[in-house]
Design a protein around this ligand. Structure first.
Ligand code: HXC
Length: 276
């Protein structure tokens, strides 16, 4: 049984969710969870072939699906995607700002364009999606959900760009909760920890290695995509009707011991010649 199995299959029946970066990874998992609980789902991303494969998986779960090739850095493309969604599926109830990019790089060798690229995707892209969805969310009294990361509040070496971006995302989330609460729009973030079978874990766990990461998880295992996705559904459902401006951490306790042991393992590996 997964975390999703305990949720009512019709919890989000009649709702429309839009997930940026929904073609793969945790974002696709979130899109599937919306589909599995009755919502129709729109996804956008940069690669059409990935979106088509994902759309087939979502349709198999019973959802009506809309796909748009749109890079979240392109505000006009995101606006077009949310308008297409309204025409094809109905007015958006939930905007999931999930698209993200990341790599490990020591700050002293990170190029300004590398730093800017991650800020553009994670932070500016999240604003673009939230802003584009505003008029529809106002009509539905819907909600925003930002996919954040622990780097937002605990710095980790080689993540200067992503930490700054996600800290900005968290602040944006709270600002929009403050400003758009008047329209009945809720705004929250979900903070995944180390989740198995994700590109994030594959990328970020190097060069320290996955064993070093596992040792830092109090629950003693990596999370499942479904465990993050189920929380995304809960936060977007009437169960969370009075929850706004909140960061919900789904990390098995990973943040509690801090990043010290992992940082040391990464430094040791890099000193031994590993590359990120
Ligand atoms: C140093 C790097 C680099 C690396 C890219 N750059 N990879 N610098 N080390 N490993 C630099 C490039 O040299 C370039 O700078 C600039 O970043 C832009 O690179 P592009 O490849 O031109 O950008 P783009 O094609 O737009 O790709 C964006 C990307 C890429 C983020 C760099 O990795 C990507 O598309 N990722 C999407 C998928 C992804 O990252 N998934 C993991 C998400 S994990 P110069 O100066 O040379 O022009 C995740 C969860 C954890 O987000 C979140 C934690 C906060």
């Amino acid at each position: 049984m997964t975390a999703l199995d305990v949720l009512p299959k019709d919890l989000l029946k009649g709702k429309t969710a839009f997930v940026t970066g929904g073609g793969s990874g945790i974002n696709l998992g979130i899109a599937k969870a919306f589909a599995a609980t009755g919502a129709n789902v729109a996804i956008c991303g940069r690669t059409e072939s990935k979106l088509e494969v994902a759309a087939a998986e979502l349709r198999a779960l019973g959802a009506k699906v809309s796909i748009s090739v749109a890079d979240v850095r392109d505000a006009a493309a995101v606006v077009a995607a949310v308008e297409k969604t309204q025409a094809e599926l109905g007015t958006i109830d939930t905007m999931v700002c999930g698209a993200a990019g990341n790599f490990n790089a020591p700050a002293e060798i990170m190029s300004p364009n590398g730093f800017r690229t991650v800020i553009d995707i994670d932070l500016i892209g999240s604003f673009n999606a939230a802003r584009a969805a505003f008029e529809q969310l106002k009509q539905t009294r819907g909600n925003l959900l930002f996919v954040s990361a622990g780097q937002a509040y605990t710095p980790i070496k080689f993540q200067a760009h992503a930490g700054a971006a996600k800290a900005g995302v968290e602040n944006l989330m709270k600002n929009l909760a403050l400003e758009w609460g008047a329209y009945g729009i809720r705004s929250n973030s979900i903070v995944p920890g180390p989740i198995a079978d994700t590109e994030g874990l594959e990328r970020l766990s190097q060069p320290a290695g996955k064993e070093a990461w596992l040792r830092s998880v109090p629950l003693g295992r990596f999370g499942a995509i479904e465990e993050v996705a189920a929380m995304a559904v809960v936060l977007s459902s009437p169960i969370a009707a009075y929850v706004t401006g909140s960061q919900v951490v789904v990390d098995g306790g990973f943040a509690l011991p801090g990043w010290g042991a992992i940082t040391q393992a990464a430094e040791d590996a890099m000193a031994a010649g590993a590359t990120s």
